[in-house]
Write a protein that binds this ligand. Structure first.
Ligand SMILES: [Zn+2]
Length: 270
């Protein structure tokens, strides 16, 4: 699932293609892509609108329009496509935005991701509930400890709770804890000041590096098969069960936490 770094890389690569362009019309080819809204709602509200800005909040991508905002959530593997003209015959697209130059498409083969229109970002319940953005200036060591430090829950699922810190998902939470040398099962309220400092440094470092990896190569919206490939350079524990820890050589373990896999080293993460 795209986390903040992937969505940030998408926003940066998309900006030069669509910013300042006007949406001539919208066509919804699969209504699952706009649920719970209707095709008519999308078509009516985006027609003739200028795309003022492309931004990101947590794992959400926002197209700020002259009036209102289009909010995209990619879920597991939703993506954006850009065509100079119309999409080639047979291309799966859920929502098509015909611009005054080019066509922007939103697609999720599994029909889990959505693109919906709202009056403004604060009118979107999912966005209103987001905690401090992991890439924002407000994400300080103190803010971090305050949002998580009183919880009795294990630190790994806490890092993924979007209402506390927005933007971290299953992949980067494992990576962050490996860098900070903290066991994913440690309780939030059992972390010491020094742990918070190390953990905050690890979050900033991993997320920054992930944005670089996700941008090299940058998302290619013209390739319907494109997906992020630069992450191999970054990942130290994710999906490396049984393989040697890159720090101490002991085998990486996988456990389930809240139904998601956590990868860590029992020997150097305490
Ligand atoms: Zn280790």
């Amino acid at each position: 699932m795209p986390e903040a770094p992937e969505v940030e890389a998408v926003a940066r690569a998309l900006r030069p293609l669509v910013e300042g362009r006007t949406i001539r019309s919208a066509r919804v080819l699969h209504s699952a892509g706009v649920r719970p809204q209707t095709s008519a709602t999308i078509a009516r509200n985006v027609r003739g609108q200028r795309i003022e800005n492309v931004s990101r909040r947590g794992k959400y991508l926002l197209l700020d329009l002259a009036s209102g905002v289009l909010v995209a959530h990619f879920k597991f593997d939703g993506q954006l496509l850009f065509f100079d003209d119309a999409p080639p015959r047979g291309t799966h697209v859920d929502v098509l935005l015909k611009l005054d130059r080019g066509t922007l498409g939103f697609v999720d083969q599994r029909h889990l991701g959505t693109m919906t229109w709202h009056l403004n970002a604060d009118a979107v319940p999912a966005l209103r509930k987001l905690g401090v953005d992991v890439m924002s200036r407000e994400f300080t060591s103190a803010a971090f400890a305050k949002r998580i430090g009183e919880s009795k829950k294990p630190i790994k699922p806490l890092l993924m709770e979007q209402s506390r810190i927005a933007g971290i998902g299953n992949i980067y939470s494992s990576e962050i804890l490996w860098h900070a040398q903290i066991d994913p099962r440690r309780r939030g309220d059992r972390l010491a000041v020094d742990d918070w400092r190390r953990l905050h440094n690890a979050v900033v470092k991993v997320i920054q590096r992930a944005v670089e990896c996700c941008s090299n190569p940058p998302p290619n919206f013209r390739d319907t098969e494109w997906w992020f490939t630069g992450l191999d350079k970054l990942l130290r524990v994710y999906q490396r069960e049984g393989e040697p820890c890159r720090r101490c050589g002991n085998a990486i373990r996988r456990i389930q936490q809240d139904g998601r896999s956590s990868y860590f080293c029992v020997h150097c993460q305490t």
